[in-house]
Design a protein around this ligand. Structure first.
Ligand SMILES: [Fe+2]
Length: 455
């Protein structure tokens, strides 16, 4: 796994953790919000007026137009005229929020004396505050209410109609029923519900004294939280990025594998070619590859790396390619060369430069072959270039080439000892060799870092 891949995987992991934390934060926030019990008190002045508030949870009491009178002759006074009036009220609970309302309770406290006749859309818990103590009764459906079934309550029966007397301070707790028209819990956003009552008040009065207290919790959905969608979009982007990363990584791996194979083919092709050259002279077998390895070591010390180092290696590998045109009998001649033969040998530099001039994909490849026999003092060949005029790569190959010549057996002599080689290089600094490159070679030799190539 590459360094960049590791960094990317760490980044993906860290981003995933941040998103998980974001989701957890949204869940926690929603959960806390849903657990909070909200309490709202609606006083008479608001309850009996037209609602102008269209935010939050609104409760209003709207009277129906139908009304009728009744004679309540509790003391048998022989009353003949209606003295009580019936009012039908629909209570509206409207949810103006974006959240569902759940765990809803509705408490109606009377601020005046009324007689409760009927109620619908839910069950009632009746609380009467009396001198003997608070009387409480559960009435599942007030429409079915029979006064005689509830001894503890203060009730009356008029014309067969059972009535519950609610004094100022008495209250009802309304629980929505599950019947079709009743308040449905949870109350969906933008929806309302209507518990209804019929009650009687004295003829000269109106029903306008009551307080409602509601307790409720919200059931907010995760999808109502903007942060949830932020996290969801982030997750989507993360997933797309991950898929792109995986696909790209696979493609890069394939490309690198192909690139490595191509490089192997190039490397083996050039090495095979230089093997032909070296094979012409049995005494210098493997020379090209050794020179290439030494030049590469020098380049490493000089700070070259990566593809630039490969380029230097190949240029050095091809430095003697011009020998392909030198007849074998001259290259392998055991005795002294004639001047003419020596000139033919020397021509391998120019010939090499010409051969490599068509090798365009490797920059300056011909310079190594053409100038590796130039000397720093200007006494070399083929052009007699001196000092910095000689291309750097040629100066590097020159040192590596000479080292290999001294370190291997030749037709006319055995190889030199390490001490003799070091002394030769010291003596030729500034003459045959670039002093700085010679120093690098000496450093490599003395530190034992100029390991021999395998072949
Ligand atoms: Fe050469």
């Amino acid at each position: 796994m590459t360094k960049n891949n590791k960094k990317a995987i760490i980044a993906f992991g860290a981003t995933l953790l941040i998103m998980i934390a974001l989701f957890a934060a949204v869940c926690l926030k929603t959960n806390l919000y849903n657990k909070k019990v909200h309490r709202q008190t609606i006083e008479s002045n608001t309850l009996f007026s037209e609602s102008t508030d269209d935010s939050g949870i609104a409760v209003t009491a709207v009277p129906r137009s139908s009304t009728w009178g009744k004679i309540f002759d509790f003391n048998n006074e022989g009353l003949t005229e209606n003295n009580y009036q019936a009012f039908t009220y629909d209570f509206t609970v409207s949810n103006h929020t974006k959240d569902e309302v759940s765990d809803f309770t509705f408490k109606l406290t009377f601020g005046q004396e009324v007689y409760l006749s009927s109620a619908w859309n839910g069950s009632l818990e009746v609380h009467q505050i009396r001198k003997g103590g608070e009387q409480v009764a559960d009435i599942p459906d007030l429409r079915e209410f029979k006064a005689e079934d509830y001894d503890a309550l203060e009730t009356y029966t008029v014309d067969g109609e059972s009535l519950i007397k609610m004094k100022k301070g008495d209250y009802l707790i309304y629980t929505p029923s599950s019947s079709a028209n009743a308040l449905e819990i949870p109350i969906e956003p933008r929806e309302g519900t209507v518990p209804g009552f019929i009650l009687y008040v004295p003829m000269e009065e109106n029903f306008n004294q009551a307080t409602i207290e509601i307790d409720y919790t919200f059931h907010r959905l995760l999808s109502s939280e903007p942060l949830f969608w932020v996290a969801a979009v982030c997750l989507l982007i993360w997933l797309v990025a991950l898929i792109i990363f995986i696909i790209t990584s696979i493609q890069i791996k394939k490309y690198n594998e192909r690139h490595r194979r191509d490089n192997e083919i190039i490397n083996e092709s050039i090495e095979t070619f230089t093997g032909f050259i070296d094979a012409k002279d049995p005494y210098t077998n493997g020379h090209s590859k050794r020179v290439a390895v030494y030049t590469k070591r020098i380049a490493e010390v000089m700070g070259y790396e990566g593809e630039e180092l490969d380029r230097i290696y190949y240029i050095a590998l091809l430095h003697d390619c011009g020998k392909i045109g030198v007849p074998d009998h001259i290259l392998g001649k055991p005795g002294r060369l004639t001047d003419e033969e020596y000139e033919i040998i020397k021509s391998h530099t120019v010939r090499g430069g010409e051969i490599l001039s068509s090798f365009k994909s490797l920059e300056d490849v011909g310079e190594g072959a053409l100038y590796h026999h130039e000397r720093y003092d200007g006494k070399g060949y083929p052009e007699g270039k001196a000092g910095e005029d000689i291309p750097l790569i040629a100066r590097m190959i020159c040192v590596a080439d000479s080292y290999d010549a001294m370190n291997t057996n030749r037709v006319y002599r055995k190889h030199l000892s390490q001490e003799e080689i070091i002394s030769e290089i010291e003596n030729n600094k500034g003459q045959q060799f670039d002093p700085a490159i010679a120093d690098i070679m000496l450093g490599l030799l003395k530190s034992g870092k100029l390991a021999q190539p395998n072949s």
